[in-house]
Write a protein that binds this ligand. Sequence first.
Ligand code: SAM
Length: 246
Amino acid sequence: MNKPQLAQTSAFSEPCEYFNDNWQTYQKILQNNYMEHREIYSVLHKFLVSRSQKPFKLLDLGCGDASLAVPALIDTSIQAYYGIDLAQAAIALAADNLGAISCPKTLVAGDFTAVIPQLINAQQERFDIILASFSLHHLHLEQKDDLIGHLYQLLNREGVLLLIDIVRQEGEDRTTYIERYLKRVRQDWTALTPQEVASVETHIATSDFPETQTMLQQLTLNRGFSRSECLYQNEFGSSQLLCFYK
Ligand SMILES: C[S@@+](CC[C@H](N)C(=O)[O-])C[C@H]1O[C@@H](n2cnc3c(N)ncnc32)[C@H](O)[C@@H]1O
């Protein structure tokens, strides 16, 4: 594994601070499956295994500690893994977790909106699969649009963008979505302390900007992707795994 590289400082200080200071809370969320990673990553694993005839290079945007990505990559034909995350605390754990897969790995501690244009300019890295799992929703609409345009350029021919994220219902505004989501957090995320719930609430209210499925399809089509497919959605439609084909 290459030593984690440090990219330039980020404009996204809130998500960075939240995840750096609260990675243990996020681990509790994962362990209790509050964001339904288990169901989503089981579909992701099947998708990745189904492509195993073709070796692939994967870019993981907002990889966190890669604790869920690693099991999803077992028994696949992954050829190289490249992870980017703002949170140093998570990147350090990712380096250990990635020991379970044997391909070359690169980890970058930095803001992916800054690192991606650098990768394009350097013209050294291209990917077959780009995964953004619960990380794109921190960007505003124009930033998502720019990033999707850049990701299209970083994908090899026949590459795919796999987006796992929170998604608003058609016609639902952000405030209504956030209230709906927070209601479930307060009711169901019972393994968290009241203080942890309060900081999750603040993080969601200030940093989460989910789009509708239609908007995500429009953004990707406008940037050149040919088609999309919804591989998974939960019963509330609030979390989805979408696949965008180059
Ligand atoms: C909700 S966690 C998701 C972690 C993991 N991908 C998962 O699905 O469990 C969001 C992650 O994205 C990272 N993140 C958010 N915005 C980012 C950005 N602009 N650049 C790099 N990482 C970012 C955070 O630091 C955090 O680790």
